[in-house]
Structure formats: structure tokens, C-alpha cells
Design a protein around this ligand. Structure first.
Ligand code: NAD
Length: 506
């Protein structure tokens, strides 16, 4: 079905902008399709909150399959000319994009804090990580190079080229509004593909701003945004003109996207949820390690796919670690992430707060020992914010719900085991395997752990084992569905096809 023409709406219009000064004014976001900000055909919207104040600051339209069709058609139409644009010129658009992001760095960090709640320092760190992905894409002429060999037989040469495929779609989670889409967009676009993004409907504002900055850097149709939820996701996964899908979110949805997308013949990389174990050996440097472990568990209010969730104390480290972790958790200042001195912001929604509280209740019912209770934590002047204090449980059963399920909030569970093999057994028994860390002074223990731990991202005396933009990012087991990870060289592989040309000239 041919998509009908969308209605133009300036991004600063009543529907499109989040800058209204009237207190009751709540803007509805627009989609960005074919180089224009356009109204979605949506009938419904989702509220976007500032989680620190509980105020609604914008509305995300729940776009329809018709909006998906229009965006994919625009991307498809832009592909031939974009593909024919020399790679050095495509790389230059990434240099321009990087400069625009740098000029607006602080503004972007503040938007992330406003829509997500994390502290400004955390937001700055995430915007920086996103920009680094653009920097890598600036090197696309080198990264995309193929290989070749002459005289593979008498008078015959063979060359391998990497070619773009067409339209790629990406679907983002709520926890890194600016960064996660930038894991994909720069590589997809610099390799010569065209791109359609669905930001998380909970946090669409930083992508709105990023696309306003990007729209002057690339031709119309090369990058597009369709706001919305499930219908947009399924629309991408089933659309015949979408060649591949990059997804980041929870495990059930990652599995669904992988199945639906691959069933429709697409390339899919689907990064899922996590339950990350941090192992603390008795020989760890406790003075240096515990602050890092605590930050891993409580940074971004525990809403990181790389967040430490289970602290596995080995042997006699237990008593010391437990005492120090509780002290570290008590020292955390909870508040509005935009305020100076705050070390932990709110969780994303009241429903998320209630979900975390229900896990604390389950932990108690399951017999875990509650050392610090974050329920009922309020912040003066921010009574409507979605705040929780840090929670610490000890004696957590690995088979219990708090020992097994992703809580995605500021709840830390301690499990004690006699030795490193027993710690590794805990990791092997868990279906997810995103990231893990060991804290130790023993090279032998670290080596053994790195070799045998199932997660695909391992930290040694590092709390958040996040691969930088030039390395592959992604877990294993039920934390990742696909073959090729996000960003770095893996990104180039995902977004290109190898073509082998064998030549003979008479
Ligand atoms: P989510 O799975 O609820 O949503 C992710 C995306 O999928 C959103 O854009 C949403 O609109 C869409 N979606 C939600 N439900 C859907 C459904 N039933 N069908 C189709 N689409 C659907 O995840 P979230 O709550 O936004 O993000 C948190 C999750 O993301 C956590 O599980 C976290 O571990 C994970 N995460 C993983 C990584 C990683 O690198 N592995 C990184 C960040 C976040």
C-alpha cells in the first residue's frame, strides 16, 4: 500500500515543540519523515514525565503502521542517492553531526536528565558515549574497506567490497535516551544505508533535539523518526522494505523482535535484559573496590543494563563487603538529578517505583535479610517525584525472584559462596549473561573468571564493563539475540554485505 503524504508540522510548532511557556501547554511530538517534521497519524499518546517532579512535559504520539510505511518509503527513496554518495562525503556529514552535538552537548545532557531523571553527570557521560560512536563513524572510509588478492588463478583477480543494504530500523529502550540510538545511527548511515528510528516512547525528547541537529547534516529521507510503541516496532519487523533491525530493551521484547524480524528475512541484532553479578574475592582492595561496586548497582538508579545487581562475596570477604556496601548505600544522596550534589535520581515512572517496591516485598517474603530499605524515601520539594532510596538485601537465594529476575532499580542483593568455582556456577545457572565483574588482586583469579564467566562483557576491578564505541557491545545467552554485536567493527559488519568480485580481462 502506498503511504499517503504526511502533514507537515514544524518541529517548533504547537504539536512539535517541547518549549511552550504556558504552564498547561504540553506539546505532542512530531515524527521526522523525508526531511520534514510531520504530525503522526496516531489516535493516542503516551505522557512523557520529568521523573523528578512527576510533571508531564510532553506527549509521544502512538504512530500507526501508516506512519511506518511513510518513513520507510522516504528512507527507501533516499537510499540510491545516499548509497552513491562517496564514503568520504558521508563521513564528512558525520564530522558535521559531531560538531553540532558538541555545540549542544550541555543542552542535550540537560534534556536527558529532564526526561529520564539520571544525574547531570550521568547524562553528560552518556551523551559523550553517544558522540564517540559518531567519531568512529567519521573513520568509515577506512572501516568499510574490503580486501582483495590478485592472480588467484592465472589472469584472475578477486576483490571483496562492503556494500550498504538499504533501509535499517532501530528501536531504543528508555534508560539511555541520547546514547543508545547513537550506537546504531552513525554506523548505519555512514556505511550508506538509510535509517528509521523509534525512540522509547517514555523518553523521546533528546532524540527530537538530536534529529533537529542532524537534519541539516544529511539529505532528506536518510534519517527518519517514528515515535510510538508496539505498533511501530512490529511495523518495522514485518515491513518488506526494512532490511535489518537493531533493538535494545528487555529480554522478552528482544526475543520477540528477533523472531519476528528474522522470520521476515531480516538481519536482526536484539540486545536484551540483564541480571549482572559482581564477584568480590577476599583479596580485593576493599578501600578502592566498594565505592565502585556501589556505583555500579545504584548509578542511574539501577536502570542500566550493565548495573550490578547481585554482589557475590567469596569466602571471608562477606562480612566486610556487606558492612561497607551498606555504609556506601547510606551515603548516597537521592534527589533531582539536575541538582548539584545529587548522586542518585528517581526511577522512570511511578509504575516502575511500584514494581521495585513489589520486588522488595517479595524479597522479604522469600526470606532474604533486608539490611537497608529504600521504600518510602521522599525528597523535600520533590514530593511527586518517582524516588526510591538504595536497598540492600543479604542472604539472597539464587532461585528466588529477587535473585533471578531483572529488577531494574536501586536494589542490591548479596549472595555468599565459598570459592570462585561456586561463584561461576551461579553465573552459569542464570539464563541472562550481559555483563559481569570481578574484584580481586589475583591475576590468576581474574584470568580464570574472564575465561569461564558466561557474559560477553567482563570487568576486572571495573564496575560497569561498558565496551567503548570502537569495541563490540552486547551480551550473550538471553541478553543477546543475533550474531553481530552493536557498534565498532561489528556495527560495520551488521550494516553491510560483502560482495566478492572475481575478474578476468581478455
Ligand atoms: P522494553 O523492552 O520495555 O522497551 C524497549 C522498546 O521496545 C521500546 O522502544 C518499546 O516501545 C518497545 N516495546 C515494549 N514492549 C513491546 C512489545 N510488547 N512489543 C514490541 N515492542 C515493545 O525496555 P525498556 O523498559 O524501555 O528498557 C529497559 C530494558 O532494556 C531492560 O531490560 C534493560 O536491561 C534493557 N537494556 C539492555 C541493554 C543492552 O545493551 N543489553 C541496554 C539498555 C537497556
Amino acid at each position: 500500500m502506498a503511504p499517503s503524504a504526511p502533514t507537515a508540522a514544524a518541529s517548533g510548532s504547537a504539536r512539535g515543540a517541547a518549549s511552550g511557556s504556558h504552564p498547561a501547554y504540553v506539546p505532542v511530538l512530531s515524527n521526522f519523515i523525508g526531511g520534514m517534521w510531520v504530525d503522526a497519524r496516531a489516535s493516542g499518546t503516551v505522557d512523557v514525565f520529568n521523573p523528578a517532579t512527576g510533571k508531564v512535559i510532553a506527549k509521544t504520539p502512538l504512530s500507526t503502521r501508516g506512519d511506518v510505511d511513510a518513513a520507510v518509503a522516504a528512507a527507501k527513496a533516499a537510499f540510491p542517492a545516499w548509497r552513491a554518495t562517496p564514503v568520504v562525503e558521508r563521513a564528512r556529514t558525520m564530522f558535521a553531526f559531531k560538531n553540532r552535538l558538541e555545540e549542544h552537548f550541555e543542552e542535550l545532557a540537560r534534556i536527558v536528565t529532564t526526561e529520564h531523571g539520571k544525574t547531570l553527570d550521568e547524562s553528560r557521560g552518556s551523551v559523550r558515549r553517544g558522540i564517540e560512536c559518531v567519531e568512529v563513524a567519521c573513520g568509515m572510509p577506512s572501516l568499510m574497506m574490503g580486501s582483495g588478492l590478485e592472480e588467484i588463478s592465472r589472469g584472475i583477480d578477486c576483490d571483496v567490497h562492503r556494500q550498504p543494504l538499504g533501509v535499517f530500523a532501530a528501536i531504543a529502550p528508555f534508560n539511555f535516551p541520547a546514547m543508545v540510538p547513537l550506537w546504531f545511527l552513525p554506523t548505519a548511515v555512514a556505511t550508506g544505508n538509510t535509517f528509521v528510528l523509534k525512540p522509547s516512547e517514555l523518553v523521546p525528547l533528546s532524540q527530537k533535539r538530536i534529529f533537529e541537529l542532524l537534519e541539516t547534516c544529511v539529505p532528506p529521507g536518510v534519517v527518519n523518526v517514528v515515535n510510538g510503541g508496539v505498533d511501530v516496532v512490529n511495523g518495522f519487523c514485518e515491513h518488506p522494505d526494512v532490511r535489518g533491525v537493531s533493538f535494545v530493551g528487555s529480554t522478552p521484547v528482544a526475543r520477540h523482535v528477533y523472531r519476528t524480524g528474522t522470520n521476515a528475512g531480516k538481519r536482526v541484532q536484539a540486545l536484551g535484559g540483564a541480571k549482572n553479578f559482581i564477584v568480590v574475592m577476599p583479596d580485593a582492595n576493599m578501600d578502592k573496590s566498594i565505592g565502585i561496586v556501589s556505583e555500579s548497582c545504584y548509578g542511574c538508579a539501577g536502570e542500566r543494563c550493565l548495573a550490578g545487581s547481585i554482589v557475590v562475596t567469596v569466602g571471608k570477604s562477606h562480612g566486610d563487603v556487606r558492612e561497607r556496601l551498606v555504609a556506601a548505600a547510606k551515603s548516597i544522596k537521592v534527589g533531582d538529578g539536575a541538582d548539584a550534589g545529587v548522586s542518585m535520581g528517581p526511577v522512570i515512572r511511578e509504575s516502575a517505583r511500584q514494581r521495585v517496591i513489589s520486588y522488595i516485598e517479595k524479597g522479604l517474603a522469600e526470606g532474604a535479610e533486608l539490611l537497608l530499605d529504600g521504600r518510602g524515601h521522599t525528597v523535600k520539594g520533590r514530593e511527586k517525584g518517582f524516588f526510591l532510596g538504595p536497598t540492600v538485601f543479604d542472604k539472597v537465594n539464587p532461585k528466588s525472584s529477587i535473585g533471578r529476575e531483572e529488577i531494574f532499580g536501586p536494589v542490591l542483593s548479596i549472595m555468599n559462596v565459598p570459592d570462585l568455582p561456586a561463584a561461576l556456577e551461579l553465573l552459569h545457572a542464570h539464563p541472562q549473561a550481559n555483563a559481569t565483574s570481578i574484584f580481586t588482586s589475583s591475576g590468576k583469579a581474574a584470568r580464570e573468571f574472564a575465561m569461564h564467566a558466561p557474559p560477553a562483557m567482563v570487568g576486572v576491578n571495573i564496575g560497569v564493563a561498558a565496551p567503548m564505541s570502537f569495541f563490540p557491545f552486547g551480551g550473550s545467552k538471553e541478553s543477546f539475540f543475533g550474531d553481530v554485536k552493536a557498534h565498532g567493527r561489528d556495527g560495520v559488519i551488521f550494516y553491510t554485505e560483502q560482495k566478492v568480485v572475481i575478474e578476468r580481462w581478455f
